[in-house]
Ligand binder design. Sequence first.
Ligand SMILES: Cc1cc2nc3c(=O)[nH]c(=O)nc-3n(C[C@H](O)[C@H](O)[C@H](O)COP(=O)(O)O)c2cc1C
Length: 233
Amino acid sequence: MDIILGKKRILIISYSFSSQTRNLLNGLIDGLQGSEMEVHWEQLSPVSDLRFPIGTISATVIMMVQTFLRKRYPVQPLSSLCFQPWDLVILAGPTWSYNPSGPVLSLIDRDGKRLFSGKTVLPFISCRGYWRVHYFGLKGLLRRCGASVAPPIVFSHPTPEPWRTIGVFLKLAGKAPDVGSSWFRRFYPKYGHSRQQVEDSRKVGMELGEHIKAGNPLDHPLFTTPVRGEDEG
Ligand SMILES: Cc1cc2nc3c(=O)[nH]c(=O)nc-3n(C[C@H](O)[C@H](O)[C@H](O)COP(=O)(O)O)c2cc1C
């Protein structure tokens, strides 16, 4: 990362289908604010509306198969600010069927070289639990655009298996497994990330801000707050 005098500038580009990445980023940005950074948050907006929940079991299965095959979901043009020089770009979004999400793939296809060439990019991943294939695929795509890729910040859903896999599927299919008084809810009280994880993300933002201010390189894991789903992947 460049060591320059004056305010450091961070660009965050994100996609969030069911608000989990967005919630974590609200924490992260809150933490970054303390370090007097200039932060611009650009949220990707798909060209055709993507509704959460998907609504039916069959449509959920179809989306999972399509996203496994890396279906692209085109996104609206970015603001011109994104193409300015930045000290760090955080590229954030969910894992979709072991891949980056379709809107992020589409963004990389269209704007990857212009956006990421010569930049340090830090992937920020929200997932149920399986992020490694996503990260390694994303790292390859970003490197081909000329980026230097930092180790990722990863948040996995905290509910144990097999409940979180079943719970995510039912939630996507519109079955609201975390609402009401069914027996399932005893094992699956909440879809997505916990309040504690949003708080952890805030702490990571504070640590990241301090590292950037100090001009530390981001090429190895830096955070004392847990940021990886170490037991999974
Ligand atoms: C189509 C689809 C496929 C998914 N596939 C995976 C997966 O392979 N691994 C995983 O850990 N989570 C998977 N998930 C779960 C999301 O990554 C997880 O719910 C994430 O927290 C959602 O973040 P968002 O609300 O910001 O989109 C999938 C979600 C969707 C919609």
